[in-house]
Design a protein around this ligand. Structure first.
Ligand code: ZN
Length: 459
C-alpha cells in the first residue's frame, strides 16, 4: 500500500467514511452481506438479518452505480504542501515583472519568462500574435501525456496596473498574506497552473492525453486579441479550466457571468428655428426621449437581462430644433441568445417612430459573451467540491454574477468549462492592497492536479 493512502479496506471505510477512503469496488459492502458472523444469541442473529435486509437495496444500488466515496491522495497532498514555498517564489517573480495591459514591454518580458518555464517542463510552446494591431503575443504551451483526455488551462498575463505601481507596492509577505500588484488577478492563477502541472509530472504517470496552457495578454481590456485563440484551443480540448482568482473569505465558483454590450441609437431629424417655425423641424431629441420610454420594458431583471439607457447627447444651440440625437444603453445578459432577441425587439420599436419623418439607426458593440457553465460545468464544480471536501474545505457555488470572464469565450466551444481555479485573494483592481492567501496554495495545487487525474480516468 502506498504510504498514507487508504484503499478502501473495510476497517478504514467504517472508521472514516467519506473522508479518506475511496471504495474502489463494492467488496467492502459485499463483505458485510456475505461474511458469516458468529452470533452470540438468536436476537443478535435477527438484528443482523434485519440490518442486512434494510440496507441491502441501498448499498447494492450505490455499489452498482459505481458511486464512490471520495478519498484524498495523501502522497499528492504531501507534494502539493511541499510545493508551497516554490509557488510563493514563482509569485514573487511574476509580480516583479510589471505587466499592465498597455505595458507591452512588460507583457513581453513576462511571456518570455513563462515560455522558458513551460519549455523547462517539456512543453512545446507556440506564440500567437494578437488579432488586434499592436497587441502583445499570447502564448500556448502543450505537454503530451499518456492518458485519454485533453485539458486546456488558461490564465491571463496582463494586470490593470500602470507602470510604477510595483515601486509603490512591492511584493511582500505579511503573515498568511502575500501582497503585490496583480498577485491574485491573475498571477496567482498562472502560478497554480505551473506548479500543479509540476505535481502531475512528478507523479511520472502523465495522467492526461495533453495539457495545453494558454496565457493571454489582454484579458483586462476585453480579450479582443485573444478570444479567437481561446475558442480554438477550447474546441480542441475535452475540459477547460480557467484560473481567475476566487475570494479569500469564501472560496467560490460561478455558474455564470453576464455578457455585455453597448447599444447605440442614432436619431436623425431636421433642424429648424425653435422660435420662428419649429413645425418645420423634426426634433431628434423628442424622438430619442420617446424611444427611451417605449423600450424601458426590455429590461427583464428576472431573466438576468438588464437594459438601461445611460448616456444621451443632443442639441448644441438653445434656439435650434436638434436634428441629431445619440443615446447609449448598457446591455447585460445571462444567455447569449438574449442579446440577439433584445436587439431585434429594439430595432422593431425604433422603426415605429413617434415623429413620422424621424429615422433611428440601432447598432451594438458586443463586449464579452455570457459565460454559462450549464449542466456540464456544474458537474465540474461538483467534482471540484468533492475533491475539496476531502481536504476539509468547501467551494461555495454562486449561481450568476456580473463581470466578464474569458470562460465565456471558452464556453462558446460547447466544452465543459470551470472558472475560479486560481488562488483565493482580495483587493483585485485596487492599487496597493491586492493579496493572496498563502496557506491556500497546497489545496489549490492539489485541486488542480486531482481534477486532471480524476477526469482523465473518466470519473
Ligand atoms: Zn482576471
Amino acid at each position: 500500500m502506498e504510504q498514507g493512502i487508504c484503499h478502501g479496506g473495510i476497517g478504514s471505510f467504517y472508521g472514516d467514511f467519506g473522508y479518506c477512503c475511496r471504495v474502489r469496488s463494492p467488496l467492502p459492502f459485499a463483505a458485510f452481506f456475505t461474511t458469516t458472523l458468529t452470533p452470540r444469541s438468536a436476537n443478535t442473529t435477527m438484528t443482523i438479518q434485519l440490518i442486512r435486509t434494510a440496507l441491502a437495496p441501498l448499498v447494492f444500488a450505490l455499489a452498482s452505480a459505481g458511486l464512490q466515496a471520495q478519498t484524498r491522495d495523501e502522497a499528492l497532498l504531501a507534494r502539493a504542501t511541499a510545493a508551497q514555498a516554490a509557488t510563493v517564489q514563482t509569485l514573487e517573480r511574476l509580480v516583479n515583472i510589471e505587466s499592465g495591459s498597455t505595458n507591452l514591454d512588460g507583457i513581453r518580458a513576462l511571456s518570455q519568462f513563462l515560455e522558458s518555464e513551460l519549455v523547462a517542463m517539456g512543453a512545446k510552446v507556440t506564440r500567437h500574435t494578437s488579432t488586434i494591431q499592436g497587441g502583445a503575443d499570447n502564448i500556448a504551451g502543450r505537454i503530451e501525456g499518456t492518458g485519454t483526455k485533453h485539458f486546456l488551462m488558461m490564465a491571463h498575463m496582463d494586470t490593470v496596473y500602470p507602470v510604477g505601481t510595483l515601486a509603490k507596492a512591492p511584493f511582500r509577505i505579511d503573515g498568511n498574506r502575500a501582497f503585490g500588484p496583480g498577485i491574485a488577478d491573475d498571477k496567482g492563477g498562472i502560478a497554480v497552473i505551473l506548479h500543479s502541472i509540476r505535481l502531475l509530472l512528478e507523479r511520472g504517470s502523465k495522467d492526461f492525453a495533453s495539457i495545453t496552457v494558454m496565457f493571454n495578454s489582454d484579458e483586462e481590456v476585453g480579450s479582443r486579441g485573444s478570444s479567437a485563440l481561446i475558442q480554438a484551443l477550447a474546441r480542441d480540448s475535452d475540459y477547460v479550466f480557467s484560473y481567475e482568482p476566487t475570494t479569500a473569505l469564501k472560496e467560490m465558483m460561478v455558474m455564470g457571468t453576464s455578457g455585455t454590450a453597448i447599444v447605440t441609437a442614432k436619431v436623425k431629424g431636421r433642424a429648424a428655428h425653435a422660435g420662428a417655425n419649429p413645425e418645420a423641424g423634426v426634433n431628434a431629441l423628442t424622438e430619442a426621449a420617446d424611444l427611451i420610454l417605449r423600450t424601458q420594458d426590455l429590461d427583464d431583471k428576472a431573466r438576468g437581462l438588464r437594459f438601461n439607457w445611460t448616456i444621451a447627447k443632443s442639441g448644441t444651440v438653445r434656439n435650434v430644433i436638434p436634428d441629431e440625437a445619440t443615446i447609449d444603453a448598457d446591455l447585460r445578459f445571462m444567455r447569449n441568445e438574449d442579446m440577439d432577441s433584445t436587439l431585434s425587439k429594439l430595432k422593431e420599436r425604433a422603426a415605429q417612430t413617434r415623429l413620422p419623418e424621424a429615422k433611428v439607426e440601432i447598432s451594438a458593440t458586443v463586449g464579452r459573451p455570457a459565460f454559462v457553465a450549464g449542466d456540464q460545468g456544474k458537474r465540474l464544480i461538483d467534482k471540484a467540491n468533492a475533491i475539496y471536501k476531502t481536504l476539509g474545505h468547501e467551494i461555495v457555488v454562486v449561481p450568476l454574477t456580473g463581470g466578464g470572464t474569458d470562460a465565456g469565450f471558452a464556453a462558446l466551444s460547447g466544452k465543459p468549462v470551470i472558472e475560479g481555479m486560481g488562488l483565493p485573494g482580495f483587493g483585485y483592481h485596487s492599487n496597493q492592497a491586492e493579496y493572496v492567501m498563502v496557506d491556500a496554495i497546497p489545496r489549490r495545487l492539489y485541486l488542480s492536479a486531482q481534477m486532471v487525474i480524476e477526469l482523465n480516468k473518466g470519473e
